[in-house]
Design a protein around this ligand. Sequence first.
Ligand SMILES: Nc1ncnc2c1ncn2[C@@H]1O[C@H](COP(=O)(O)OP(=O)(O)OP(=O)(O)O)[C@@H](O)[C@H]1O
Ligand SMILES: [Mg+2]
Length: 377
Amino acid sequence: MTESRRNSKPETGPCSGLSPVARRIRELSVRAWGPGRAVEIVGESEPVHLLLRQIEKVAAFDEPVLILGESGSGKEALSQAVFLLGDRKPFVSVNCPQYQDGNLTVSELFGHRRGSFTGAVRDRKGLFETANDGLIFLDEIGDLPMSAQLMLLRALSSGEFKALGSEEIQRSNVRVIAATNRSMNQLAEDKEFRRDLLFRLRYFLIKVPPLRERGDDWILLLNHVLEGLHQRYGVRKRMSNAAMDLLAGYSWPGNVRELIGITTSGYAMAEGDTIEPLNFVDALEEESGVSSENRLDVLSRRLVQQKDSFWDLVHRPFIDRELNRGEVRQLVARGLREGGGSYRGLLKRWRMSEEHYQKLMDFLRHHSLKPRSSRGE
Ligand SMILES: Nc1ncnc2c1ncn2[C@@H]1O[C@H](COP(=O)(O)OP(=O)(O)OP(=O)(O)O)[C@@H](O)[C@H]1O
Ligand SMILES: [Mg+2]
C-alpha cells in the first residue's frame, strides 16, 4: 500500500471508486428505487472489473444465474445489478430459509388454493406469478426445501407450475437468480440439493471473489464508507496510519459487510477526527480466514438441522474458550439474517423452544455476543 493511497480523499464524493459500469448501475438503482437504496459496487481491482463485465453480459440474457461467494461479499448487490442492467421488471426477492416448512415455501413461490394445508384459509398468489416478466432472486438457495426444489425444477424446465392444491397449470415468464455462500456441490453430494436443479440454475455461474483477493479495493471501500458517514453525520474522520496498517494485514472473513461495520463502529467510537485501532479492534474477528468460515458453516448447519443443541454446540465451547467471541457473533448474525432479522426467528431457525429465549438472550447479553448490526429483540 502506498502512502498516497492511504486515506486518499475521494475525488467526487461518495461515487468515487465506481467504474463506468458501476456508475451506470448506481444511476439505474437511484432511478428505480431512490437514493436511499442506491446499489454501489466499489472496486478497481482486476477481479471486480472482471465480475462487472460478467454481470453486464449475463444481464442481457433470460437464463438462470447462480451467484456464489462468501458471506458479505456482495451477492445480493450483484443480483440487483443484473436486474438493473437488464430489461425485465419487476425484481422480486425471496429468502429461501425463511420458511422452514416445505409447504410454506412452495406456497410462497407458487401460491396455494384455500384448504390445501392447515392455515391456508384463502387462495394466495405466489411470487412466480407476481414476478411474471421480471426477475426472481432466490437468496440462500442452498436452504430451499426438497419439495420446493422439485417444483422449481419443473418451473425452470417448462415455465409451468401449479399452485398448491390446484390442478390448473399456470405459466410464468420469470428469470431466476439464485445466490448462496454454501458449497452447492457438497449439498448435492450430501443429497440435500437436487443435482438436476443445480445444473439448471448454474446456466451462468458467477463467483464473487472475497475481499481479501481484491487488492487495495478495501482502501477505496473504506474511504467510500467514511465519505458516506461524513455526508450523513457532518463530521469528517480519517483512519490513523496505525489503523490502516492493522487493517492492511486483515483477511476480512466477513468481507464488505464486515468492512462497513468496522469502519462505522470506528467512526462512532473515535473521540476526535482520527480513528485509532482501539476504536474498532474489538469488532475484528480474532480468528479469520477461510477455515473459520467453514467451521461456522458446519456449526450453523448442525444448529439448523438440530443435530446438537445450541448449549452443547456453542455455549459450552465458548465457555471453554474453544470458540471465540467473533465466531459466536458471526453465528448469531447468520441466525438472525436467516431467521428474518429477529431473535425469535433465530430461535425458530435453530429449532430451540420458546422457553430457551430468555436464557439465550441473557447469555448473549452477558458476554457481549450480540452482533453490532442486530436491532431489538
Ligand atoms: N463492491 C461493493 N461496494 C460497495 N458496497 C458493497 C460492495 N459489495 C457489497 N457491498 C455492500 O456490502 C453489504 C453486503 O453485501 P450483500 O448483502 O450483497 O452481500 P451478500 O454476499 O449477499 O451477503 P450474505 O452472504 O451475508 O447474504 C451490503 O451493504 C452491500 O451494499
Ligand atoms: Mg445476501
